[in-house]
Design a protein around this ligand. Structure first.
Ligand SMILES: [Zn+2]
Length: 143
């Protein structure tokens, strides 16, 4: 890379990788020592990897959070094991039907989406959209 003609595009790369003055990506201090050193000290190295891991886990954590919110809402509305609730009511609470853990299809071919142990099925009657909420049952186990 360092032998490449220094087009504008490669200039930044050159400055980052080839110039004698390498800088730490965390604190921007000058890096002294071996040429393959990427960080100025072990603390900056661990900070970098910690932040990278957090970044990578952000999506997982956001999905996890929404699943928990969904389950909490379904649970709070389904005290009797079988309930029907207006769609808007659940959405207003923060329910997001795009987040579920698995599904179960009944004999009629209706697909219940589950958030762990609570399932929901969208019913459209005229203009009102409702969710049927059910508890997970042993017979719903995939076989
Ligand atoms: Zn540093």
């Amino acid at each position: 890379m360092c032998n490449k003609r220094l087009t504008y595009r490669y200039k930044l790369d050159f400055l980052l990788h080839c110039s004698m003055e390498k800088r730490c990506p965390v604190c921007e201090n000058k890096i002294v020592g071996r040429s393959d050193k990427k960080f100025c000290n072990p603390e900056c190295k661990s900070t970098y990897h910690y932040e990278k891991r957090i970044e990578e886990e952000r999506f997982y954590l956001s999905v996890d959070r929404q699943l928990k919110v969904n389950r909490k809402i379904l649970k709070s509305y389904n005290k009797n094991g079988f309930t029907t609730v207006r769609k808007e009511t659940l959405l207003k609470e923060g329910f997001d039907p795009n987040y579920f853990t698995h599904y179960w299809k009944n004999k009629k071919g209706q697909v219940y989406l589950f958030v762990y142990d609570f399932g929901f099925l969208l019913l459209k009657k005229n203009r009102t959209h409702k969710y049927v909420i059910v508890n997970w049952q042993e017979y719903m186990k995939p076989h």
